[in-house]
Design a binder for this molecule. Structure first.
Ligand SMILES: Cc1cc2nc3c(=O)[nH]c(=O)nc-3n(C[C@H](O)[C@H](O)[C@H](O)COP(=O)(O)OP(=O)(O)OC[C@H]3O[C@@H](n4cnc5c(N)ncnc54)[C@H](O)[C@@H]3O)c2cc1C
Length: 295
């Protein structure tokens, strides 16, 4: 099944876009996890149309119900990669999906990696992108720092280049889906708490809290979930800091790929996310119409 529109993220930006694309008769799939920023907002009283404050949870759930009523398909999945071929191939932990256009509406990236000296070795052995840098580590001893499905996915990507891969969870329990558990056999797993990274010009060692050390030639960061920043790095999406750059039509620099909401770094508010989602839907519709005309 090739969708007209895949929307990644089921917060206000993604759901707003889905409401519009579905009503414009575009075959729409929303892929998301249930952890929108909105769930942290106890009371919202600056969103249009509510006399009394409304909880973020209620606003979110009502939006999802509205999109479902209009015919959007919504699946619970974590997207770990997006690739542009003729269409867009979107890989989730639970499946693969294909669409003519994609909206990234994954919210603001919140990756905080609690490891000393990580930034010192960025570009000198520490990488955030297996697609970009995996090739440089052929047959080398590498690590993936992470504990979720995303980390396993990155380790699987790396296994094309090297078999010596250790998953460092930094004292966080592994949180891996059933269907990825069998892949864990391919990797070494180290659950110790990391004290710091060491090296001269490049990363050379991981030092643990208990004083032990492990030598390493490359360390790939996949801590927590895949975010808009990780998609941007892998696909060459233009960014400013951690935000995706969009024009006033919510287009990124990649044709057919749009972004909306907190991931664009514009005034992080529900009203803005909803507005940007609506704007993106219109351009996705135009893009598909043009594709049909040209095709
Ligand atoms: C404590 C707090 C209070 C706030 N109060 C207000 C307020 O009073 N008024 C106001 O207007 N705004 C408020 N906000 C801001 C508001 O919540 C955000 O601006 C809004 O939720 C942004 O919407 P979004 O759709 O861009 O992102 P989000 O709501 O963060 O949704 C992102 C979605 O993407 C999903 N996702 C992320 N990564 C992936 C992945 N790899 N694969 C699949 N899905 C993924 C998430 O699970 C989520 O469903 C508040 C925020 C916080 C934290």
């Amino acid at each position: 099944m090739i969708y007209d529109a895949i929307i990644i993220g089921k917060g206000p930006a993604g759901i707003s876009c889905a409401i519009y694309t579905t009503r414009a008769n575009l075959k729409t799939l929303v892929i998301g996890k249930s952890d929108s920023m909105l769930l942290k907002a106890d009371k919202i009283e600056n969103y249009y149309g509510f006399v009394e404050p409304v909880s973020g949870k209620e606003l979110l759930e009502t939006g999802v119900e509205q999109a479902l009523r209009l015919g959007a398909e919504i699946v619970e999945d974590e997207v770990v990669s997006i690739e542009k071929t003729d269409n867009f191939k979107v890989t989730g932990v639970n499946g693969e999906y294909e669409a003519k256009t994609v909206l990234i509406a994954t919210g603001a990236p919140v990756v905080r990696v609690p490891v000393k000296n990580l930034d010192r070795f960025e570009g000198s052995g520490v990488s955030y992108c297996t697609t970009c840098d995996g090739f440089f580590y052929r047959n080398k001893k590498v690590g993936v720092l992470g504990y979720t499905d995303y980390a396993i996915h990155e380790a699987i990507d790396l296994s094309v280049f090297t078999k010596d891969i250790t998953l460092y969870t930094n004292n966080t329990p592994l949180n891996v889906s059933e269907n990825l558990k069998e892949s864990l056999d391919k990797f070494k797993i180290n659950t110790s708490k990391i004290k710091e990274l060491q090296g001269q010009d490049r990363i050379e060692e991981i030092v643990f809290d208990d004083g032990s050390k492990e030598s390493i030639e490359g360390l790939f960061i996949a801590y927590g979930s895949a975010s808009s920043s990780s998609f941007a790095l892998k696909m060459g999406i233009a960014t400013e800091g951690k935000s995706i750059i969009v024009n006033d039509k919510m287009e990124t620099n990649i044709p057919g790929l749009f972004a909306a909401g907190d991931c664009t770094g514009v005034f992080k508010q529900v009203a803005v996310a909803v507005g940007q989602g609506a704007l993106a839907s219109r351009q996705m519709n135009d893009y598909i119409r043009k594709m049909r005309k040209d095709g």
